[in-house]
Design a protein around this ligand. Structure first.
Ligand code: C5J
Length: 234
């Protein structure tokens, strides 16, 4: 077992990379690009873009070392059978989930807007979790995949900090996972929510987990040799 230690808040976060997964939550066009669900809700989608570069850096470090990477996408079946009526109606939108937008039907699996942005495209072999809710565990096989791979620690990135990232971290925490949320690898449409959502995770001795900037994780990973594992990416 190799123990990696990251300087984090509220205290050092230690993990064995072999039993750790990088989670990239909902980095979809529907949240990050104009014409998607995020913009239809009235948000300034450019607020989410600063998370892309830090996630790319950590993703490269994980791939180079053959470590586990998991992507999630929020969305629904084309027949909307998994879309609660309450979620469909929420926001009182003239164009909402399941309706046609500039990137196809909003938040529907298989549509252009539902897919992950080009900058963070999953590689073959990296599990993609399609989730109908805000949390990544609800109505998905994520927990089974993590158990089957012996994963105990999660490095959490993605959008949005106070919604799908928070819900996932809370779900993970209750299932016994240790979560490190990367402060520059998550983003919110609302700067004030970003700040307070990060504080809420690490408050009270790390009530939901830890937070740290991506550079702290990259520095901690740097002594770990690249291309050791058979599936390591150059
Ligand atoms: C939202 C998400 N905000 N991925 N989804 O509806 O955070």
């Amino acid at each position: 077992m190799t123990s990696i230690v990251v300087q984090a808040s509220p205290y050092d976060f230690a993990f064995d990379p072999v039993s750790t997964a990088l989670m990239i939550i909902d980095m979809q066009r529907d949240f990050l690009e104009p014409g998607g669900f995020g913009e239809l809700l009235g948000n300034d989608v450019s607020q989410l873009r600063p998370a892309i570069a830090p996630i790319r850096g950590v993703l490269a470090a994980f791939r180079q070392r053959g470590l586990t990477v998991i992507h999630t996408r929020e969305g629904h079946r084309p027949d909307l059978a998994d879309l609660p009526e309450a979620k469909r109606q929420r926001g009182n939108l003239s164009c909402g989930i399941g309706d046609s937008g500039p990137m196809g039907r909003i938040l529907i699996r298989g549509e252009k807007g539902h897919d992950i942005i080009d900058e963070l495209k999953p590689l073959p072999g990296e599990p993609i979790i399609d989730k109908p809710g805000k949390g990544s565990f609800y109505a998905t096989d994520l927990h089974s995949i993590l158990i089957n791979r012996g994963i105990k620690h999660l490095i959490v990135t993605g959008v949005t900090t106070e919604v799908c990232v928070h819900t996932t971290v809370r779900e993970a925490n209750d299932r016994g996972y240790e979560c490190l949320v990367l402060s520059d690898g998550v983003a919110s449409y609302f700067p004030e929510f970003q700040a307070v959502a990060l504080k809420m995770i690490a408050a009270q001795g790390g009530i939901f987990g830890w937070t740290a900037p991506s550079i702290a994780l990259l520095e901690a990973l740097s002594p770990l040799p690249v291309a050791l594992a058979p599936n390591a990416q150059p």
